[in-house]
Design a protein around this ligand. Structure first.
Ligand code: ZN
Length: 151
């Protein structure tokens, strides 16, 4: 990654960290879940309306470091209006981008703007900050397919 690109990525992260998009509660919502990253103290609550397999609205509240807030903000923009299947694919690609040892191509295509967080991989202690919102979302989506009470 060249310096100009790195600086641009940092600017986007700082901007989203300071002014997170979709930073609000959704009431009523079909699903909400809390996420917590004890390593850093990041805490967020994700609110989603899923109807007929489509994420119709998404918002979050909470507090944490710039990376956790920026990631939640960018994620909300990315998955809003997408199907649960599409969002699950994004989660997998994003998770792979930050955690996999091997280089996998095709991430740019799937992740678009989310690629600004690719540099977090160089800081293993911050990876959980960047994936917190995604794990929370994945948790909701995983359970959204199951009727309440079904293991
Ligand atoms: Zn953090």
């Amino acid at each position: 990654m060249n310096d100009a690109l790195r600086n641009l990525y940092q600017e986007v992260i700082l901007d989203h960290g300071k002014h997170p998009r979709h930073f609000h509660k959704i009431d009523p919502c079909s699903h909400c879940r809390e996420g917590y990253n004890p390593l850093c103290g990041d805490q967020l609550t994700l609110y989603i309306n899923i109807r007929e397999g489509i994420i119709e609205d998404i918002g979050f509240t909470g507090h944490g470091c710039a990376i956790s807030m920026a990631s939640a903000s960018l994620m909300s923009q990315a998955v809003n209006g997408k199907t649960v299947a599409q969002a699950t694919e994004m989660f997998k690609a994003f998770h792979h981008l930050l955690t996999a040892k091997d280089k996998d191509s095709g991430h740019e295509e799937k992740l678009g703007k989310l690629m600004v967080l690719a540099g977090v991989k160089e800081f293993p202690s911050r990876v959980k900050c960047a994936t917190l919102a995604w794990h929370t979302l994945e948790n909701i989506m995983h359970n959204a397919g199951n009727p309440a009470g079904t293991p």
